[in-house]
Design a protein around this ligand. Structure first.
Ligand code: NAP
Length: 300
């Protein structure tokens, strides 16, 4: 039976009295997330009776929360900060891409089994391509040949980004993280499937600017305060063809993006990545194509 047939069967089962399916966002904090309005619009437009909820989960309740995903009326979940790595041991099967990345942002429940996926990685590449960064190859994959990628962070989202950027063929990858060992660990993991050079740093003043750089912030730094891991005096050394992408979308303009704009660098916030990772998650839960234009409209 297809995923969609399962879904319809669940919704049509009167004895179970299921009137609506549930899906939600597991994390802490979650209040800042736009996923509920993005996903709710997609469910409503597709005629699927499902509710997208915010499931703020303290670490002590994570296991309980994961168990609750096996309830009959649950489609699964999205996972956000700080649990993208922590959920993995509790799932039944992990998609090969998510295994390589070591982070799960989408969980699908089917027949009491929990499947883990990573849609952040392809979501980021689609977002960059939409911003005019990279080219779409004949096989539908995004190529970032010729670009230098500078990744800020080495947590769950950064892991997806690092594998995505490497798989898109960037010329070199530079990972800057507060804890150097975490950056080095990520670099070692990516190096297994990447021929280019990877550098790990914890001090931005050691960054050597390259032309055609893509700077990706994959940390929450800048979400609550006007600070950035890349101080303006370092950013100022980058060429005008540099593109700055901040995965943060709330606030829409972080300090990093403001500085980039002041310096005349192209830049974008994380809304486009949110859209594309969310669209891929929607299809995994429902088996339906995501109504991308409707989802995009909720973010305007
Ligand atoms: P995570 O796994 O907890 O990783 C957090 C990362 O940020 C780590 O590299 C950590 O460094 C660094 N960090 C945290 N606080 C810091 C501080 N005060 N100073 C310096 N570094 C700090 O979180 P995540 O799931 O990867 O999420 C990261 C961000 O990406 C969040 O803001 C999330 O909302 C955003 N995101 C957006 C999208 C989207 O669709 N737009 C998708 C995914 C994630 P250490 O390793 O040194 O601790």
């Amino acid at each position: 039976m297809s995923r969609n047939e399962h879904l319809l069967q669940a919704l049509q089962a009167p004895s179970e009295a299921i009137t609506s399916m549930r899906v939600g966002l597991i994390g802490d904090p979650v209040a800042h997330s736009f996923s509920p309005r993005l996903q709710q619009a997609a469910f409503d437009a597709s005629g699927i009776a499902a509710r997208y909820e915010l499931w703020r989960t303290p670490a002590s309740k994570l296991l309980e929360r994961i168990h609750s995903l096996c309830e009959k009326n649950c489609l699964g979940a999205n996972v956000t900060i700080p649990y993208k790595q922590a959920v993995i041991p509790f799932l039944d099967k992990i998609d090969p891409l998510a295994v390589r990345i070591g982070a799960v942002n989408t969980i699908v429940q089917q027949d009491d089994y929990l499947y883990g996926y990573n849609t952040d990685a392809p979501g980021l590449l689609r977002a960059l391509e939409e911003q005019g960064i990279g080219t779409l190859r004949q096989d539908g994959q995004v190529s970032l040949k010729g670009y230098t990628a500078i990744l800020l962070g080495a947590g769950g989202a950064a892991r997806g980004a690092a594998f995505a950027l490497a798989s898109a063929g960037v010329e070199r990858l530079i990972i800057l993280n507060r804890h150097l060992e975490r950056a080095q660990l990520l670099a070692a993991d990516v190096q297994h499937s990447y021929d280019g050079p990877i550098f790990s740093l914890n001090d931005p003043s050691f960054l050597i600017p390259h032309s055609s750089s893509i700077i990706v912030n994959a940390t929450p730094v800048g979400m609550h305060e006007d600070i950035s891991l890349l101080p303006p005096e370092v950013l100022a050394h980058f060429d005008s063809d540099t593109f700055v992408y901040d995965m943060i979308y709330n606030p829409a303009q972080t300090y990093l993006l403001c500085q980039a704009r002041i310096m005349g660098l192209r830049n974008a916030n994380g809304l486009s990545m949110l859209l594309h990772q969310g669209a891929l998650a929607f299809t995994l839960w429902t088996g339906e194509p995501a109504p991308l234009d409707i989802m995009r409209a909720t973010l305007l």
